[in-house]
Write a new protein. Structure first.
Length: 145
C-alpha cells in the first residue's frame, strides 16, 4: 500500500443513502403482492371450508333418505354420530366449522343475514335444497364457490 492512502473499511453517507433508497423502492413494489397473497390465502381457506361443508351435507342427505341436516339450530347433525333406520352414520365433520369470520348459519329462505359474516343455508324448515353459501362481509353478497 502506498504511503498517504488509507484503506476504506466503511460506506460513505451518500452510498448508504443510495442503498436505503433502493431498498425502500423495492419494498414499495413488493408489499402489495404480500398483502394480496394474504387475502387470497384467506379466501382459499374459506372456499375449502365451504367445499367440505357441502360434501358433508351431501353425504348426510344420501345416508338419511334425502333429508337435509338442520344447521340453523346448530352443527350437531354433522359433527355427531346419528342413527337412521337402525344404521349408525357420521360424524360428517370432525369439528364445528369455525374461522375468524364465519361461524353463524342463517336460513336461506329469507336471505338477509343480521351478521356481516356467516353461512346462508337453504333449509326452509327441512324443505329447502340444502345449498349453502358464505357471505362476503357486507352480508348481502353470497359467495357461490
Amino acid at each position: 500500500m502506498r504511503p498517504g492512502l488509507r484503506q476504506r473499511y466503511a460506506m460513505t453517507t451518500i452510498e448508504l443513502m443510495i442503498v436505503v433508497t433502493i431498498l425502500a423502492i423495492l419494498a414499495t413494489l413488493v408489499y402489495p403482492h404480500f398483502e394480496y397473497a394474504t387475502d387470497n390465502a384467506d379466501e382459499n381457506a374459506q372456499k375449502q371450508q365451504l367445499r367440505m361443508i357441502r360434501m358433508a351435507i351431501q353425504m348426510y342427505q344420501i345416508q338419511h333418505g334425502e333429508t337435509i341436516p338442520n344447521l340453523i339450530s346448530g352443527w350437531d347433525e354433522l359433527t355427531e354420530v346419528s342413527v337412521y333406520h337402525g344404521h349408525t352414520y357420521g360424524p360428517y365433520l370432525s369439528n364445528i366449522p369455525a374461522s375468524h369470520k364465519r361461524s353463524n348459519v342463517f336460513d336461506g329462505y329469507d336471505v338477509d343475514p343480521p351478521d356481516r359474516y356467516g353461512f346462508v343455508y337453504d333449509y326452509q324448515g327441512g324443505g329447502g335444497t340444502g345449498s349453502i353459501w358464505a357471505t362476503n362481509g357486507s352480508g348481502k353478497h353470497l359467495y357461490n364457490w
